[in-house]
Design a protein around this ligand. Structure first.
Ligand SMILES: [Fe+2]
Length: 414
């Protein structure tokens, strides 16, 4: 039975498709501004460490992305809003020209937050006009880039929250991003799901958008393994801490132990020792530790040491995906990203596309680890079972947690 869209005349179909994309574009642009709205211009200018970026920078960089990759190549005679912005707001696209040093983003007071708002409005108008007026022949290529830009901005929406949390954590007055903020509770499901040995297909093969690093889909051998239905909790983590987990080098990877020493880690990120009681700095300010809540702001090194302490392991990303597709995992999405023990490598047959957008994912496929799922900061609709997030193993300013895998039975099956 034809859908409503298919019953429309071709010209109406194109019109409704354009309207749909204009609305999708507006929605993502509105959400960025909604996330920035509680923040003053001073809040928006600060950069608390090289990995984090100022909120104002996120607002401008996502705008530069549309201007550079969508408007400039597709709007005849397009004049950029300010030719200096390409240097300030290019992140890592070497093919798109020289750029400002990442650790110095917090030193840029001009343009101010208000002017970044004007820059956004200028580009919004031009993008909407392009979608509405592009020739039918040009539209598919334009929408392909637009869709990347929308998904790119959604990724930065998550970073806005992790980066302002890290910035506010440096402030002795403990400001709250949102006084009403509450941590999400994963529905607790005890025990482990069994994955018998089998060949499975992982990677993106369905309809709908994905980033290039999610394909090609391919077959993998998984199991036998048991994978925890639940996320590791703060209560679990306190037991690890109380058992001297951060003081026992036998639990740690060599690089991880060096990080513990160099960084002075004694607890997850954003935990504070308040007169002998641990508290967690959150988007809602400083809160007591909730033992039932999933642990977050742990690095790969900490996740691996915790798994070692339990006598278990982190799952591979293939194990995670197979278990998630089967519906075995609680808290898979919308709570914390989950470290896997898979290094971030190209899937068999992966090739990055030509040009600057080929730099989006492929060039980072070294020395990082894959996280699966999504977090409380991930925008609605951005999660997928095939989504591959990736960070360096020492990173812990993201909403990163873990679940365990158990191979005990693997060794009794001989
Ligand atoms: Fe970006």
């Amino acid at each position: 039975m034809p859908t409503a869209a298919l019953r429309e005349a071709p010209s109406d179909l194109a019109k409704s498709e354009r309207a749909r994309w204009i609305e999708a574009f507006r929605k993502v642009r509105r959400e960025t501004e909604r996330r920035a709205a509680p923040l003053s211009p001073e809040d928006q200018a600060i950069q608390s460490m090289p990995d984090a970026s100022p909120i104002k920078w996120h607002r401008a960089h996502t705008t530069w992305f549309f201007e550079t990759f969508l408007l400039a190549p597709n709007v005849p005679g397009y004049t950029v809003y300010d030719e200096r912005f390409a240097f300030l707001f290019n992140s890592y696209y070497v093919a798109a020209g020289p750029r400002h040093a990442r650790p110095k983003r917090g030193l840029i007071t001009r343009p101010d937050a208000g002017e970044v708002g004007e820059y956004r409005a200028h580009v919004d108008t031009a993008v909407e006009r392009l979608i509405g007026e592009a020739s039918t022949d040009a539209l598919p290529d334009i929408l392909r880039i637009l869709e990347i830009g929308v998904n790119h901005e959604e990724q930065h929406q998550e970073l806005m929250l992790t980066d302002i949390l890290h910035a506010f954590a440096q402030n002795p007055t403990q400001p709250a991003y949102d006084a009403n903020w509450r941590p999400p509770r994963a529905t607790a499901q005890a025990g482990y799901a069994e994955l018998p040995e089998g060949i499975h297909t992982i990677g993106h093969e369905a309809e709908g958008y994905c980033f290039d690093n999610e394909g090609p889909s391919h077959r993998v051998l998984v199991g036998p393994v048991k994978i925890a239905r639940a996320l590791v909790t703060n209560g679990d983590w306190l037991a690890f801490m109380n058992d001297g987990g951060y003081a026992n080098p036998m639990l740690w990877l060599s690089d991880g132990w060096a990080a513990v020493q160099n960084e002075g880690w004694q607890a997850p990120g954003h935990w504070q020792d308040c007169d002998g009681e641990w508290k967690q700095f959150t988007l809602g300010g400083l809160k007591p530790i909730d033992p039932a809540a999933p642990v977050t702001h742990v690095s790969y090194y900490e996740a691996d040491a915790f798994a070692h302490w339990t006598g278990k392991h982190l799952p591979t990303e293939a194990e995670w995906e197979v278990a998630a597709r089967a519906g075995h995992l609680s808290g898979a999405f919308g709570v914390v990203w989950q470290w896997t023990r898979s290094s971030y490598s190209p899937y068999p047959g992966f090739t990055a596309c030509d040009g600057a957008l080929g730099e989006y994912n492929g060039k980072f496929m070294i020395n990082q680890m894959v996280l699966r799922g999504s977090s409380l900061a991930t925008p609605d609709g951005h999660s997928r079972v095939t989504y591959r997030n990736f960070f360096y193993p020492g990173a812990r300013w993201q909403f990163s947690g873990l679940r365990l895998a158990d191979y005990a039975e693997r060794f009794s099956l001989t």
